[in-house]
Design a protein around this ligand. Structure first.
Ligand code: 6PG
Length: 478
């Protein structure tokens, strides 16, 4: 029996970019993998281009062939577009699989869908089901993603030998972790993406101050990002921001950034995070601002009409108004505030959905392989070990980091606002910080207004009673 004739140890459906890369990664780590794609030609082209790894790849033309090629109890990874394609794949597989087989959805599925699919897998003689978030894009899938799993712990254990072998590693530890039941893994991935949106937006805001406020060229900005990538901001996103700033357009010879249209796309994972946070009452203003900024960026014509109507903002900063060091501190501060909000959402969801999310392990699984990987995550993991559900900015280490970064953040947001720099993410982060260190806010005005028009009741600072009403007279109560 040749290597390819031996039963495969795992199967994969969906040979798009991510699926193909994941299959090669699995084969490279020594596993025999059976693969299937809706279009047979794609399957054969993939196998033919697999080079030395072809010996461990079993291309199949039908789902029945795929199932037959895998040693039971089977493990089959789905890497198909989130949504109906996942349900269709499961429906086509179910008649071919036994109750001991395992389907693993590795796409960017909505955790609500994963909850539903996991529940359906517990009914009758149906295959088991895991939902896992896979982060790191094409490079990550091929050479080491960050993997966040959800489902039954026993099923994770069945998949873990393969997932831990292909995952990115940090200090030798695989960035592949079981997060909890059902949709827990996909929820953690969605929060990862929300933080990704926010990280990217804050970098874009600081880029805008350097480009329009300080008049730096793309090449000069690349140098700033390269220097920042040697300090506390060291991260994949800062690294690639330097690279895209340094790139030259092969068509015109101009800086590549200067010829890219400012209309951002979004597949929607950041939006899901914002929606869920609002449902849970978990404040994540930096992430919400990043989603808003993408939505506004897509309204290019309306923005151009607005500029014609109101005139472009001055943008140019006075000499010395903002320094490169203050911009770096603004990003450090914004990053800490954003992650504090993201981990706050995870802690809220963990309690609301009874997941018992492993908070320190979430920070650890994001240290390598994923898009938001950064040097700061190791310290965040340590802070979450100290107090898993405490607001990160109240951890002594991060409180000190915020104290050091606040002046730079405040200067950048303030000076930027005076010159019309739109910084929704950094400014909402600063406002959240100011709210979170305000013992006497202005919500008393909200309570008075609500009671005036709607008799909704309020509490007093000098009494424990609730549902009190004000002396609004006949004008009150709507
Ligand atoms: C990752 C990425 C990936 C996501 C892309 C595009 O972790 O590898 O987050 O899952 O699909 O970033 O996302 P948007 O189109 O929403 O920006």
């Amino acid at each position: 029996m040749t290597e390819t004739q031996k039963p495969a140890e795992i199967g994969l459906i969906g040979l798009g970019t991510m699926g193909a890369m994941l299959a090669l990664n699995i084969a490279e780590k020594g596993f025999r993998i059976a693969v299937w794609n809706r279009t047979p030609a794609v399957t054969h082209k993939f196998a033919a281009a697999a080079g030395d790894l072809a010996g461990r790849i079993v291309p199949t033309e039908t789902l029945a062939d795929l199932v037959a090629a895998i040693v039971p109890p089977r493990r089959i990874i789905l890497m198909v577009p989130a949504g109906p394609a996942v349900d269709e794949s499961i429906a086509h597989l179910k008649p071919l699989l036994g109750a001991d087989d395992l389907i693993i959805d590795a796409g960017n599925s909505d955790f609500h869908d994963t909850n539903r699919r996991a529940k359906a897998a517990t009914v009758g003689e149906t295959p088991h089901f895991l939902g896992m978030g896979v982060s790191g894009g094409e490079e990550g899938a091929r050479h080491g993603p960050s993997i966040m799993g959800g489902g039954e712990a026993a099923d994770w254990s069945r998949a873990a030998p393969v997932l831990e072998a292909i995952a990115a590693r940090y200090d030798g530890a695989p960035c592949a972790t079981y997060m909890g039941a059902a949709g827990a893994g996909h929820f953690v991935k969605a929060v990862h993406n929300g933080i990704e949106y926010a990280d990217m937006q804050m970098i874009a805001e600081v880029y805008g101050v350097m480009r329009d406020g300080l008049g730096l060229s793309a090449g000069e900005i690349a140098g700033v990002f390269e220097r920042w990538n040697e300090g506390p901001l060291k991260s994949y996103l800062i690294e690639i921001s330097a690279a895209v700033s340094r790139a030259t357009d092969p068509k015109t010879g101009s800086a590549m950034l200067d010829v890219i249209l400012d209309r951002a796309g979004q597949k929607g994972t950041g939006r899901w995070t914002a929606i869920e946070a609002l449902q849970l009452g978990a404040p994540i203003p930096v992430i919400e601002a990043a989603v808003m900024a993408r939505n506004v960026s897509s309204r290019l014509d309306e923005r151009r009409e607005g500029e014609a109507l109101f005139g472009a903002a001055p943008k140019r900063l006075a000499d010395g108004a903002v320094s490169i060091e203050q911009l770096e501190q603004a990003l450090v501060g914004g990053k800490v505030l954003c992650y504090a909000q993201g981990f706050g959402l995870l802690a809220t969801a963990s309690s609301a959905f009874d997941w018992s999310l492993p908070m320190p392990a979430i920070a650890r699984v994001w240290r390598a392989g994923c898009i938001i990987r950064s040097a700061m995550l190791n310290d965040m993991a340590a802070a979450l070990e100290r107090a898993p559900t405490r607001n990160l900015i109240q951890d002594p280490v991060f409180a000190e980091l915020i104290r050091q970064a606040e002046p730079g953040l405040r200067t950048v947001v303030g000076q930027g606002a005076l010159c019309g720099h739109a910084m929704p993410a950094l400014s909402s982060g600063l406002s959240w910080f100011d709210l979170m260190r305000t013992g006497r806010s202005t919500a008393n005005m909200i309570q008075a207004q609500r009671d005036f028009f709607g008799a909704h009741g309020f509490e007093r600072v000098d009494d424990t009673a609730t549902g009190l009403h004000g002396p609004w007279g006949s004008h009150g109560h709507g």
